[in-house]
Design a protein around this ligand. Structure first.
Ligand SMILES: C[S@@+](CC[C@H](N)C(=O)[O-])C[C@H]1O[C@@H](n2cnc3c(N)ncnc32)[C@H](O)[C@@H]1O
Length: 246
């Protein structure tokens, strides 16, 4: 099983697949000026939950792109059940290869998925900036190191993570200003990590003879260890609202 297949199993109880809350997602949308018929493009949209929240609160229309067929299917089903097909389109594919019309969206978002681009955060915000109209905004959800005292063993495993200061430097280098930040709390992290463990554990109960069991058990143990030994102490996560510098 590859990593995304394990995520299909672990994320069954999660709609937002990040250590954040619907309230924080809505605040970011409000700060980014979302209103009726705002056009939003969401890169790495997962189960479409951010777009759904923004449609219900602000009446936006949006397109979400995700590479994982199971995530696209689940997003489309949720959108259909809630009667939001006229507001949200889901495209299954690689976000970094999606051909959008430049300057055609009011807001471009990428919540916990800047790794879709080879160069991570900086490549992501550069591309997202190309997608927005003058006066538009970006919303980016990104992990960062909480401090500089990260054990080498963990830092080497997570080479794409950097400090918030470096994220800010990259945003400035791309001509973007930070106008709002929503940091995740320990409770947000506990909820996100625990629901993943919960999903894996219930799958194991329901699949006593599955050949993939050993891999799922290994992933469960690695996830437990990584969070309690390292993640809780060293990982931060935040939503950043950015806009082009004047
Ligand atoms: C951490 S999840 C975040 C999902 C969603 N933004 C949310 O907050 O609920 C990252 C998502 O990126 C998707 N993904 C990974 N690589 C991708 C790529 N190259 N293009 C598009 N989506 C990708 C995964 O399938 C996953 O759904």
């Amino acid at each position: 099983m590859n990593f995304l297949e394990l995520k299909n199993i672990s994320e069954r109880y999660l709609d937002l697949v990040n250590p954040t809350t619907p309230e924080k997602i809505l605040t970011a949308g409000r700060v980014a000026g979302m209103k009726k018929d705002s056009r939003v493009i969401d890169f790495g949209c997962g189960y479409g939950e951010e777009l759904i929240l923004w449609v219900k609160e602000f009446g936006i229309t949006g397109i979400g792109i995700d590479i994982r067929p199971a995530a696209c299917e689940r997003a489309r089903e949720k959108i259909k059940v809630q009667g939001l097909e006229n507001h949200i389109e889901i495209v299954c594919g690689n976000a970094s290869e999606y051909k959008f019309e430049p300057q055609s969206y009011d807001i471009a978002t990428c919540i916990g998925a800047t790794f879709c681009w080879k160069g991570g955060f900086q490549d992501a915000v550069r591309e997202m900036k190309r997608a927005i109209k003058p006066g538009g905004y970006l919303i980016v959800g990104e992990a960062y190191w909480l401090h500089s005292d990260v054990p080498v063993e963990f830092a080497q495993r997570e080479q794409s993570i950097t400090s918030e200061r470096e994220l800010l430097r990259m945003a400035h280098a791309e001509g973007l200003e930070l106008i709002y930040v929503l940091h995740s709390s320990h409770d947000d992290w506990d909820h996100y990590e625990s629901e993943n463990l919960h999903g894996l554990s219930d799958w194991l109960d329901e699949n006593p003879t599955q050949p993939a069991r050993e891999e799922v058990i290994q992933h469960l143990h690695e996830s437990q260890e990584e969070y309690l030994q390292f993640g809780r102490e060293h990982f931060g996560w935040a939503l950043y609202v950015l806009k082009p510098s004047v």
